[in-house]
Ligand binder design. Structure first.
Ligand code: PRP
Length: 209
């Protein structure tokens, strides 16, 4: 049996449909219920719905053999897992954004509001720029609007949230998409099963392209 951690929510549903198309469906999984584990004995798969940012934890600790997480989450938590396949869904980008017309003063410490302190620290570290990180858990766009930060480091998908709050992208840090990750020990012990799922998913990804 292959244990698979899927990110709860819209991305997870899209990703599950890719697993199903690849031949690893699981009846009832998309029903509106509070159940968290769904098994299809015949296909040899068991899925769990977990909070998106927790997927790498389940996979790193071996509670799940494989899972799907955004590149943002994988990089932020520096999880010790194998990154196996770009699923080319959940596509967005990690950006720096500021109020329209903001001018950076390089002599001042830059106040950066973000849910991604590691990514922000590593980006500004590479530029040699001194920053003060303000760690938030959501609605990051509010911080510069209220004057609490100079910029934000956040995910931009359609750009609507920025636009509707008078902000604009000033720098793009990296592209983001959902990735299939694998537990390192599982990849030794369940290699054939994992490779079979990957090969099915790869076909699905290529057909969609
Ligand atoms: C994410 C991100 C932005 C928004 C970007 O927030 O933090 O706020 O989506 O999407 P857009 O470019 O299509 O507008 P999320 O919905 O995860 O909520 P959050 O405010 O709790 O972070």
């Amino acid at each position: 049996m292959l244990d698979i951690a899927l990110p709860k929510g819209r991305l997870g549903e899209k990703v599950y449909s890719m697993f199903a198309q690849a031949g690893f469906d699981c009846p009832g999984i998309l029903d509106d219920s509070r159940k968290l584990i769904f098994t299809n004995e015949e296909k040899g798969v068991s899925y769990f719905w977990v909070k998106p940012s927790d997927v790498p934890v389940y996979v790193e600790r071996g509670a799940a053999d494989i899972g799907v997480a955004g590149k943002d989450i994988i990089d932020e938590y520096r999880s010790d897992v194998y990154e196996m396949l770009d699923l080319r869904t959940g596509v967005c980008r990690m950006c720096v954004a500021a109020m329209k017309g903001f001018r950076d003063n390089a002599d001042m410490t830059l106040r950066v509001a973000t849910k991604f302190p590691e990514i922000a620290a590593s980006y500004y570290g590479s530029l040699g720029r001194e920053i003060d990180i303000i760690r938030l858990n959501g609605s990051i766009e509010l911080a510069p609007v209220l004057g609490m930060s100079d910029v934000i480091v956040d995910i931009v998908e359609t750009g609507t949230t920025l636009r509707e709050n008078g902000l604009e992208v000033t720098e793009t840090i990296m592209p983001i998409s959902a990735r299939l990750i694998a537990n390192k020990a599982s990849f030794e012990f369940k290699k054939a099963e994992i490779l079979s799922v990957i090969s099915g998913l790869r076909k699905t990804v290529e057909e969609k392209a």
